[in-house]
Design a protein around this ligand. Sequence first.
Ligand code: HEC
Length: 179
Amino acid sequence: MAQHIIARLGIFLLCIGIGACETSSNANNSPSQTAASSKACTLATPLKPGIPGSPDNPIKSDINPNGDSELSHLMRKMLKDLQKIRPSILAQSKTIPPVQGHERIRCSWPSDPGIRGPLFGALSDTYLSSLKFFESTAPTNDSYNGVVAACLGCHNSFCPGPIHLIQNLWIEGPGDSSP
Ligand code: HEC
C-alpha cells in the first residue's frame, strides 16, 4: 500500500545515502544578501553571511566533520521531529509532540544557494501547509502522511539522497484515530 502511494508520488527508490545535495539543482537565482533584518522568513529573506551553516562557516558534527549547511542541520532536526511524532500517531494518541522552526526552510542557507527559487518556494509552501493542517486538526494517519508526502515531494525535485530515510516515516493504512 505504502509502496503504491509512494510510487504514485513518482518517488524512485534510488538510495544514494544521506549527504549534501549540491548537485541536485541547476537553478541559479542567488539570494540577495543586502542588509535587512526582519523576523519574516520567506524566500526573499536575505541570508546572513558568516552565521553558522553559511558557506564560510559550516556546522561541524560527528556525522559530518566537514560541516553542514544551515538547511542540512535543520533537515536533520525535522527528520528527528517526525521520528518522534510517528509513534504517537501509531498509538493513536491525541497529543502530538509539538514541532518548531520548520518554517525556517525558507530562510536557511542551503549547500547550494541557487535552489532558493520559485519551485523550492512552492514546495516549501506545500510542506508548511501540510504541517499546519496536521497540527490544526485531530491527528490521523492521513494528515500525518500528508506531511511525509510533502517532505518527499520536495526531495523528489531537490535532494533524492535521504528519500529512503523519509519513506521510513510513512504509516500504512487509513487508521484514522478519530472515533
Ligand atoms: C522544500 C524542500 C524540502 C522539504 C519540504 C524537505 N526537505 Fe529535506 N532537504 C531539502 C534540501 C534542499 C536538502 C539539502 C540541504 C543542503 O544540502 O543544504 C535536504 C536535506 C535533507 C536531509 C539530509 C540532511 C543531511 O544530513 O545533510 C534529510 C534527512 C531531510 N532533508 C529530511 C527531510 C524531512 C524528514 C522532511 C519533512 C519533514 C524534509 N526533509 C522536507 C529540501 C527539502
